[in-house]
Structures are given as C-alpha cells and as structure tokens.
Design a protein around this ligand. Structure first.
Ligand SMILES: *Cc1c(COP(=O)(O)O)cnc(C)c1O
Length: 431
C-alpha cells in the first residue's frame, strides 16, 4: 500500500471507497489514490486521518482555503434566508454582488453563470452577436481567434477549438468559426485577423497546458492589435483571475483592460460553482431578454458567497499575498537545481515545475508528494502544478520546499549531473 500505515484495516477502508467510485462513477478522471474527507484552510485529511497540504486548490477554485469561516457563514446564512429563485425575479443579493464585481474588475456589466465553461460559452455568444449586429460581419460568418494549447472547458463548442487531440477524439462534429494561432505570438494573431474576426479569446497564462507564461509584453501587444482591428479582446481568467497570479487580474501585469472578461473557479469561494462574463457596454447590450440564460446563474446563494469572496480578496489583500508567497515558492524551486528539473515557471501562486520524463514522470512525482503529505496534480505528463490556497503561510511554503528537496534527494541524478542547472528561457520571462 502506498500510503504507509501500520494499521492495515485503515488502508482497507480507503481501498473500499476507491473501488466503490471505480464501480459506479464514470471513468473520466484518474485521481491520485487518496480518499479525502475533511478540509480546513490549506489542509486536507484523508479517511485514515492523514493530513496533506493542498497544493492544488481544486484547480484554483479553493483560493481562500477550505471552509473559510467567513464564506461558510455567508453560505449558511443565505441558504437559510433564500437560495434559488431563478432570474424570473429580482433578489436583494444579485445587484450588490455584481456591483462589487464590476467595480473591482473595471467592467461596466456582468452576466452571471455557474461553471467556467458556461461563462466561456456566454462570451462566445456575446462575441458572435456583437460581430454580427455591431461590427457588421455578415450573419453566420463571425470568426473567433483562439490559441493553440487553450483550455476553456469541456462543452462541445469549446472542445471543438481545442488543440488537444484527446479532448476532441470522437466528440465531433464541431462548430465552425474558430481559428487557432500559436500562444505568445502577437504577429500570428494580427496575421490571422480577417474582416470577419469578432474576437480573440486568450488566457493570460495557459493553466491546463502546463502553466505556460507568454513573453512579456504579449498581452499589451494583443490589446493594441485588437483595438486597431476592431476585434474584441476577451481574457479567460477563470484560472488566472481573482488574485491567483499576484494581481486581482493577470491582465493587470501588463496594464491592460480586456473588452470581455471571464471569471469562475475562485469566484465561488471554493463552496459553489459561480462564474461570470463581464464586458463593455456595447458588447453586453447585444443580449436582450430571452437571448441567453441559466436556471441557477446569479442565484442569491451564489451571489452572497461570490460577494463575500470578493470582499475577502480585497480586504485581506490576497493578491499581494499570492505575489509574496509565490515569489518565495518559485525562488525556492529554482534553488533546488536538480538536473531532473527542466523548468520552473509561473506568476504569483500559479507555478509549474517541468520534469525530465527520462528521470521521473510528473504523476510519479505527485505520488511521492502525496506519500510525504502534499497533494498536487500533474498536467501534461511532465509538469507538476503548485497552486495552493492564497492564504498559505511562509512556514507552509518552506515546509513544502523542504519536502520537495527531500524527494529530489531520493532521485537518481541523470547523466551523472551534479547540481548544475542553467536558467531556462521561460524563467527569465516569468521573472
Ligand atoms: C477551469 C477552466 C475553465 C472551465 O471551468 P469549469 O468550471 O471547469 O467549466 C475555463 N477556462 C479556464 C482557463 C479554466 O482554467
């Protein structure tokens, strides 16, 4: 058994639960062999009572840590008061939530949804309709430019513009109207723009692709190109937004404001799915009653939790904290200098460590971490993600680094290399 325990029946309970999931749940994930039952702050506990530091934060959805008391109070109080009404009626929660969201992000208007993919779909619908009705693109001809390596969710339209073969395999036919260009290449964006281009959809840092940080100045150049060609710049900040990269929005690193902004994940405070599409007035005004909607989107429970999450982010300056703690973590990872580390990159507390698969796979590394009481997850076979809750402390970062160092000490050094490690290109970009 991989999680060592001197009490065999404990592991047996864990195995039974894993087998139960395997028997009844669709096999669309490949989880690490741990069964969690409790979470508090940055910590998680499995059914045997073993404690783990959460370096995943549910793909950045748990930025405030597990069960943050302020958010749980907002959730339970609102649940008792009024939870779901549909938008057939106004509520006392939606207006105040969206007012704060718009004020904090500098966008005039928001359309509330639930999951990230739904907010992306909302952005795509808004961009197309804006293209046809405002920009004057002939009906059904609007094009949206996306980037190779994008991740925007799992709906059929979204996977249709994915460059990941597995995401698409067998799920076609796909919706037309998307053009894909290399990520990080502003000239390629400009070359792909046609009179039918309505929007450019981009992640400021590609999360699921392996924490890919584009060259400095990329987003600012994209902003300029989109403005000159009357193309909407839509930033998918579902993962990078809300403090994760050390700014409220990752766009702020380049001082730009997008025409459309997609938020999700952490917006629900780690308790509920809450997402939103925010945009310029002339973009959002393409939606008329009946054009678009969601039964749960903007429900009072979600609005109360979303508002409490935004306040927490602002009042506790969690973006600044992500910046400081992220620097401590990334500096510590750079300092390891093991030859199996190909690259360390990221911004704030969205960090990827790329490993040489000839030495160890990212999955195997994550299993080592798990045995040592740290939970992370591999992305794209070679990258280990470090994205803890933004409330993580210095001593917890240091503990993580100590554990990672200990794991590397157990690994063979490839090619007889000692601790020689040259700084890679993307490290300079991320600095
Ligand atoms: C996770 C993610 C999404 C999709 O969010 P879901 O809530 O899983 O639908 C969209 N865009 C980005 C950048 C993401 O990381």
């Amino acid at each position: 058994m991989m999680w060592r325990s001197n009490n065999a029946p404990k592991g047996a309970a864990m195995n039974r639960l894993i087998e139960l999931e395997n028997q009844y749940c669709a096999r669309n994930y490949d989880p690490l062999p741990v069964v969690l039952k409790e979470g508090k702050g940055v910590w998680l506990w499995d059914v045997d009572g073993k404690r783990y530091l959460d370096m995943m934060s549910a793909y950045s959805a748990v930025s405030f840590g597990h069960g943050h008391p302020t958010l749980v109070t907002a959730l339970t109080a609102q649940a008792r008061q009024l939870a779901v009404t549909s938008r057939a009626y106004h509520t006392d929660q939606l207006g105040p939530f969206l007012q704060l969201l718009c004020e904090m992000t500098g966008q005039p208007r928001a359309l509330p949804m639930n999951t990230g993919a739904e907010a992306v779909e909302t952005a795509l619908k808004a961009a197309r309709k804006w293209g046809h009705k405002v920009k004057g693109i002939p009906e059904n001809r609007a094009e949206i430019i996306v980037c190779n390596g994008n991740f925007a969710g799992r709906t059929t339209t979204i996977i249709g513009f994915s460059s990941e073969a597995q995401y698409r395999d067998g799920f076609g036919p796909f919706a037309p109207g998307f053009v894909s260009v290399p990520f990080g290449d502003a000239a390629a964006l400009e070359a792909a723009i046609s009179p039918h281009t309505a929007a450019f959809l981009v992640e400021p840092i590609q999360g699921e692709a392996g924490i890919i940080v584009p060259p400095a100045g990329y987003l600012a150049r994209c902003r300029d190109i989109c403005t000159r060609h009357n193309v909407l710049l839509i930033c998918d900040e579902v993962q990078t937004g809300l403090g994760r990269t050390g700014r409220l929005l990752a766009c702020e690193h380049e001082g730009i404001r997008p025409d459309g902004l997609i938020l999700g994940k952490a917006l629900g405070g780690g308790l509920l799915p809450v997402s939103a599409f925010l945009a310029r007035e002339d973009v959002m005004s393409v939606f008329h009653p009946g054009d678009h909607g969601s039964t749960f989107g903007g429900n009072p429970l979600a609005a109360a939790v979303g508002r409490a999450a935004l306040r927490l982010l602002r009042d506790e300056r969690l973006a600044d904290r992500a910046q400081t703690m992220g620097k401590r973590l990334i500096d510590g990872l750079h300092a390891i200098g093991h030859p199996a580390i190909r690259d360390v990159r990221g911004k704030g507390l969205l960090i990827g460590m790329e490993l040489d698969p000839a030495v160890i796979s990212a999955r195997a590394f994550c299993e080592h971490l798990m045995r040592h009481g740290i939970l992370s997850k591999d992305t794209h076979a070679t990258v280990v993600r470090f994205a803890p809750p933004l409330i993580i402390t210095e001593s917890e970062i240091d503990m993580t680094l100590k554990t990672i160092n200990a794991i590397f000490d157990l690994l063979p050094a490839p090619r007889g290399g000692g601790r020689k490690y040259t700084v890679g290109a993307s490290q300079r970009i991320a600095a």
